[in-house]
Design a protein around this ligand. Structure first.
Ligand code: FAD
Length: 531
């Protein structure tokens, strides 16, 4: 039996599950196929950035994720010492996400991938996504009107065809869709070989009350990361180029390594798992081929240093989901989808450079394969400073040739994440970010009635309804700290149009002569409101 669906998602990892959950929230039917019978059991992603937490907050999952967190939220950042017992342990980074405190309504969280993915899967299914684990995509082709895929149910070995309007390739680093779509990739490729050694122990007597999200131990050139209570991850490099093999990490050697890194020759270390993985860096030459879009590791593969890889995949999914939803529902023209590659690929390239800079700075490079590092910027620039210069935004004319820039401050510039502002609605205080997510939102000040009238008029005429809020005295929202005009770089008569993903699409610093004509021009240039 064939299935018809607006969107087919291949891959049930972080990026695919986030895509399914966000599409389902926008009432877009989708089918997700994942070849494994269950979500990942590996320790990989753990550090959810504050921006990703904003996305999960918008999806109503913040509380659930915090309730299931796997790390100590007060644990601070990354420490360094000769061994774990080194009395002179110092901070390499006192916070896992330096420079981002107070920038938004959501703190970062530590939640391992094997805990987070089931939360996303359950929410996607609850919202109506057709999530099929144990189902593998085996072939796929596309024509101008859609995508044809053949999937196999691995338990019954039965085939099924799926016809979709669009395809999201979230099949990760080892997926084949990028190749099948004829998309090349560039970058240095595999750089290092690592082992993840998971063990149970009690190290508390030796840590002397010190807490960290991970600790780099220089005697081993390795990191220790605390996981669930009493469980630890030791990650260290091995020298595959000179013949070292994962099999050489037997139980006895792993235990010795743990004891050496802990600086405790007799400490108990009950080995649970030892598994190899590769540090690699590459990026797809384009993130779109006709009706297919690459997200997550299928699009960009980066070292885990900085904890950017999975977060970037979550942001890809968030950037793409509303665009697909708008096009599928006829609220935007297909040209809107061109903005996905234009916006996300430069961000991924910049983030990849930053992950490499951290790898270079923090770990030895015995094979000498790391490229020349770029200047390392702090977490703020990577997590919040992303500024799209091209895509579904109307830039203000400065530096128009650059596709991407880092915004040192968020002040309502088109292409940046809309600034956090505390507002009051019906005596309830909330972040202005809590108003974004479903549709485009027009923000204006007390002197912006003409914008509100114009947007209401447009909503009545277009297959797309906008929301509009006047902020300040006599408006819809109280400006609790009196910061609205400064924070958003407008006067009281100015206006800011915020996209469903919370990024500023366009800004008028002050009132214009004809607000209706201006907004019609803006929506036309953004390809929204018309086919
Ligand atoms: C040691 C380590 C630590 C890390 N720590 C962090 C961190 O703290 N923060 C962070 O942001 N990132 C981190 N990362 C990176 C993060 O884990 C990855 O970026 C993320 O898991 C990628 O998710 P994904 O959904 O794009 O791909 P994947 O998780 O690889 O999912 C792809 C899925 O597609 C499925 N699939 C493939 N082909 C098919 C097919 N034909 N049919 C059906 N299904 C298919 C696969 O089975 C797989 O489940 C870390 C990575 C490592 C290795």
């Amino acid at each position: 039996m064939a299935t018809d669906t607006p969107v087919l998602i291949v891959g049930g990892g972080l990026s695919g599950l986030t895509s399914a959950m966000l599409l389902a929230r926008q009432d877009v039917r989708c089918v997700l196929v994942e070849r494994h019978s269950r979500t990942s059991i590996q320790y990989k992603f753990a550090g959810i950035s504050p921006r990703s937490m904003e996305i999960f907050r918008e999806a109503g999952l913040e509380e659930d994720i915090r309730a299931n967190r796997t790390g100590d939220q007060q644990a601070g950042g990354v420490a360094r010492g000769r061994t774990l017992s080194d009395p002179a342990i110092e901070w390499m980074m006192p916070s896992a996400w330096p420079g981002v405190d107070g920038l938004g309504p959501a703190d970062p969280a530590t939640c391992d991938q094997h805990v987070l993915e089931p939360i996303l899967r359950a929410e996607a299914a609850r919202l109506g996504a057709d999530v099929r684990f144990g189902t593998e995509l085996v072939s796929c082709g596309q024509d101008p009107d859609g995508v044809n895929a053949v999937v196999v149910d691995r338990a019954s070995n039965t085939e099924q065809t799926i016809r979709a309007q669009y395809l999201i390739a979230a099949d990760g680093a080892s997926g084949t869709l990028r190749d099948r779509l004829g998309i090349g990739r560039s970058g240095p490729g595999v750089l290092q070989h690592w082992m993840n050694i998971i063990f149970d122990t009690d190290l508390s007597p030796y840590l002397l009350g010190k807490r960290f999200t991970s600790c780099f131990v220089t005697d081993l050139n390795a990191t220790f990361t605390p996981r669930e209570s009493g469980r630890w991850l030791l990650a260290l490099q091995y020298d595959a180029e000179h013949g070292e093999r994962p099999e050489s990490f037997d139980e006895q050697r792993c235990r010795e390594l743990v004891r050496k890194g802990a600086g405790q020759p007799d400490v108990r270390a009950d080995l649970l798992d030892a598994r190899e993985w590769e540090v690699a860096a590459c990026i797809a030459d384009r993130f779109r081929e006709q009706r297919a879009f690459l997200v997550g590791d299928a699009a960009h593969l980066m070292p885990p240093t900085g904890a950017f890889g999975g977060n970037t995949g979550i942001h890809d999914a968030h950037n793409l989901a509303w665009k697909l939803a708008f096009v599928v529902k006829g609220a935007a023209g297909p040209a809107l989808l061109d903005s996905y590659d234009a916006e996300r690929r430069p961000v991924a390239a910049h983030t990849l450079e930053q992950a490499l800079a951290r790898l270079q700075a923090w770990f030895k490079d015995p094979q000498g394969r790391l490229p020349e590092p770029v200047e390392m910027v702090d977490g703020y620039d990577v997590v919040f400073g992303q500024r799209y210069r091209d895509g579904a935004i109307l830039a203000e004319g400065d530096d128009p040739d650059r596709p991407f820039a880092v915004a040192r401050d968020l002040s309502g510039q088109p292409g940046t994440r809309a600034p956090h502002l505390v507002v009051e609605s019906d005596s309830r205080r909330l972040s202005i970010l809590d108003l974004f997510g479903g549709t485009f939102v027009l923000l204006t000040g007390a002197g912006g009635s003409a914008w509100c009238e114009a947007i209401r008029d447009l909503s009545a005429r277009l297959p797309l309804s906008f929301q509009c809020y006047r902020i300040g005295d006599g408006g819809d929202l109280g400006d609790v700290d009196g910061e609205w005009p400064d924070r958003y770089g407008v006067t009281n008569g100015g206006a800011v149009l915020v996209r469903p993903d919370g990024f500023v699409a366009w800004r008028a610093r002050e009132m214009v002569e004809d607000a209706g004509t201006k907004l019609r021009e803006v929506t036309r240039r953004l390809h929204i409101g018309a086919n």
